[in-house]
Design a protein around this ligand. Structure first.
Ligand SMILES: NC(=O)c1ccc[n+]([C@@H]2O[C@H](COP(=O)([O-])OP(=O)(O)OC[C@H]3O[C@@H](n4cnc5c(N)ncnc54)[C@H](OP(=O)(O)O)[C@@H]3O)[C@@H](O)[C@H]2O)c1
Length: 332
């Protein structure tokens, strides 16, 4: 079996978690890091001992030994970093949000298609066993007809607060950083909303410090989604239907070893066990990318281009309604 050789672009917090989990995925290795600075690259190298330590993103993209690059930079850079890697015929796994808007996402996908190179949005939750089990139970009809999806995601950043959370240049604000998971969860279960309402509280920098979103569907189903950087919330998802309810407890977007299922009566809780591996949970998506590359695929069948574009389209729409603008936007 071919060993897939990974590079990471941007040596920040998530890069370290991903690098650590890559050790749990089979037949692949992390061989390169690309950083803006020598210091950042070397600090990363001390922790992960890679073969190639590049002091620029360009150098990493040009490394002929690297098969695939994981983009781990702030949101606003995903577009240009992905284009750089694709231009050098490197497969790409790009962190969420895939881009700042749908227009950028289309360009990224078009270049991948033109180059016939693999590209995928790193929507890691889609590969987690508790999420897969949830969808399976819904498809089996255990919840009946779904009537509501309630999701909240909130935390109060601990100082020193990372600049990217509030800086409009870096795509700051809750919707693009954490609200995206709420939107993804509602769309996984109810699909594209027929009507959207959204309102936000601006932070001093103008980006959304918190945002409340409502999706309405023709069949009467509703999704209520809330994200905040002002307070620590439960960060849970409740999916309710005519026959029962599923509750994904604390940090619904991370791997969990259980799915809570309530059949009709609220006191009838069943805890469904699911297998959760050690690690943070990035090895699942890494394995999927490895398999796609071994089969010479250029698009994932789990996180498809259509899925990514629809998510970007809905995020654009939410931002338009709530009044969340970025320098990267040319859509209005
Ligand atoms: N899937 C998940 O669970 C998850 C979790 C957290 C974050 N993320 C996503 O991952 C991305 C990175 O988040 P993070 O928390 O890892 O951010 P971070 O700790 O700030 O790291 C980002 C890295 O990007 C590089 N960079 C390039 N230009 C930069 C700039 N102008 N300002 C700051 N850093 C810059 C830096 O690496 P060098 O100096 O080495 O070039 C920096 O260390 C975000 O898009 C976020 O949405 C995903």
């Amino acid at each position: 079996m071919k060993t897939i050789r990974w590079g990471i672009l941007g040596a920040g917090r998530i890069a370290r978690k991903f690098a650590s989990d890559l050790r749990l995925a089979e037949n692949c290795e992390l061989i390169a890091i690309g950083s803006r600075t020598r210091q950042s690259a070397e600090e990363f190298n001390k922790e992960f001992s890679v073969q190639y330590c590049h002091y620029s993103y360009e150098e990493l993209a040009q490394n002929p030994e690297v098969d695939v690059i994981y983009i781990a930079t702030p949101h606003n850079l995903h577009y240009e970093n992905t284009l750089l890697c694709l231009q050098h015929n490197k497969a790409v796994l790009c962190e969420k949000p895939f881009a700042m808007n749908r227009k950028q996402a289309i360009e990224m996908i078009n270049l991948a298609k033109e180059k016939k190179v693999f590209l995928m949005e790193a929507l890691w939750t889609k590969f987690h066993p508790h999420y897969i089990k949830t969808l399976e139970m819904i498809q089996q009809g255990l919840l009946g007809e779904i009537r509501s999806v309630l999701v909240n995601f909130g935390f109060k950043p601990i100082p020193p607060v990372p600049a990217r959370l509030f800086d409009p240049e870096l795509g700051g604000g809750t919707v693009m950083d954490i609200g995206i998971y709420n939107v993804f969860m509602a769309m996984s279960i109810l699909g594209k909303p027929d009507h959207i309402e959204a309102t936000m509280t601006p932070a001093l920098t103008g980006v959304d410090e918190q945002c409340a979103i409502l999706f309405r569907y023709k069949n009467g189903a509703l999704a209520q989604l809330f994200s905040t950087f002002s307070s620590n919330l439960a960060t849970e998802a409740d999916i309710s239907g005519t026959e029962g309810r599923i509750r994904l407890t604390s940090r619904f977007y991370e791997p969990s070893s259980t799915v809570e299922f309530y059949k009709e009566r609220p006191d009838s809780k069943q805890v469904i066990p699911v297998h959760k591996e050690e690690g943070f949970g990035y090895q699942y998506e890494a394995r999927h990318v490895n398999n796609c590359l071994r089969h010479s695929l250029t698009e994932s069948n789990v996180v498809s281009f259509a899925d990514t574009l629809l998510l970007m389209e809905i995020l654009d729409e939410i931002r338009k309604i709530a009044g969340i603008h970025y320098p990267a936007d040319e859509i209005w």
